[in-house]
Design a protein around this ligand. Structure first.
Ligand code: GTP
Ligand code: NA
Ligand code: MG
Length: 303
């Protein structure tokens, strides 16, 4: 009867996966904190995001409560391949630019990725609470990349925000809802889940834990999940509120238990129905997703 439940919600609207891109320290994590109204940024070692972190949130968009999934990405140069993997899972992008710093290396890397892959996006000029800013400089820099404010019918694709004070965050979320509604994203629960490993760690009682975001398809307890060079049978699924569930569908962030070893954060994952007779599929998958092959295909995308 879990299958029946999955069938019922198949083909229904799914939440957009929104990825926040920007140069190091431009305020991605602070923006996400502001959206979640908590404070994770102060817990980070040196204030640097070490992995992609995902959250399911709700936003009141006119008369409806819209579900949104947000992914933070690390801005530090060393995490470039992880950032690009986060980009692969995104439906919508937020390009965050600090008003006092302008376009920087990771900003331009994100612009290239967004343009080459035609990801719908919104630009957020952040830190506009700061005094003595000349925002026309940032807007000119953006214009050099053909990013200009469309501002049609009162809708803007470049929004001046402050992650710190909360200025225009609601407006930003409204624009994201508007953009993602146009995409009419649908869930496809008849296919097997695939997506991205956001974080992973070892739990003393439960063993390897993978926090994942599902881009397509559905997964159930008992399915075999493959990522990098590790695979295992899913023995438990925990939703983002910490409740045990039996299956998970597209656009959800869940914890998966059952990997024999810790899968690498940032890597793609795929579900295979049963381990039996699937050694061939698993080997094929592992070959396709080895680090060198991933980098080759990512480089192809950005050049
Ligand atoms: P990485 O994950 O390291 O790439 O950084 P990040 O983009 O997540 O930036 P983070 O949120 O860690 O913010 C960096 C610094 O900028 C922190 O000191 C924040 O308090 C500050 N900051 C972020 N947003 C704003 C803002 O809107 N206004 C001001 N004045 N400061 C901000
Ligand atoms: Na930072
Ligand atoms: Mg951060």
């Amino acid at each position: 009867n879990h299958k029946n439940k999955i069938d019922i919600i198949n083909g229904q609207k799914r939440a957009p996966i929104v990825v926040i891109f920007g140069h190091v320290d431009h305020g991605k994590t602070t923006l996400l904190d502001s959206i979640r109204k908590t404070n994770t940024v102060s817990h980070e070692v040196g204030g640097i995001t070490q992995s992609i972190i995902g959250y399911e949130v709700e936003h009141q968009y006119f008369a409806t409560k819209e579900q949104l999934v947000f992914l933070d990405t690390p801005g530090h140069q060393a995490f470039s391949s992880m950032r690009l993997r986060g980009a692969q899972v995104s439906d919508v992008a937020i390009l965050l630019v600090a008003a006092d710093d302008g376009l920087k290396k990771q900003t331009i890397e994100a612009i290239d990725y967004i343009m080459n892959n035609q990801i719908p996006y919104i630009v957020a000029i952040n830190k506009t609470d700061k005094l003595d800013l000349n925002l026309s400089i940032v807007r000119e820099q953006l214009a050099n990349y053909n990013i200009v404010d469309q501002n049609m019918y009162g809708n803007s694709n470049i929004i001046e925000i402050s992650a710190l004070t909360g200025k225009n965050i609601d407006l930003l979320l409204n624009q994201i809802c508007e953009l993602s509604n146009k995409l009419s994203l649908k869930s496809d629960n008849n296919s097997l889940a695939q997506g991205t490993i956001l974080e992973s760690y070892l739990d003393k009682q439960m063993g390897a834990v993978a926090n994942i975001v599902i881009k397509n398809g559905a997964l159930k307890v008992g399915h075999t999940i493959v990522s990098g060079n590790t695979y295992g049978r899913i023995k438990a699924i925990m939703d983002h509120t910490g409740s045990k569930i039996n299956y998970a569908i597209a656009s959800s962030v869940v914890n998966i238990y059952g990997f024999p070893s810790i899968p690498e954060a940032g890597l793609h994952f795929q579900v295979i129905k049963s381990e039996k007779n699937s050694k061939y599929l698993i080997n094929k998958y592992i070959h396709k997703h080895t680090e060198s092959n991933i980098n080759k295909s990512l480089n192809k995308r950005i050049t």
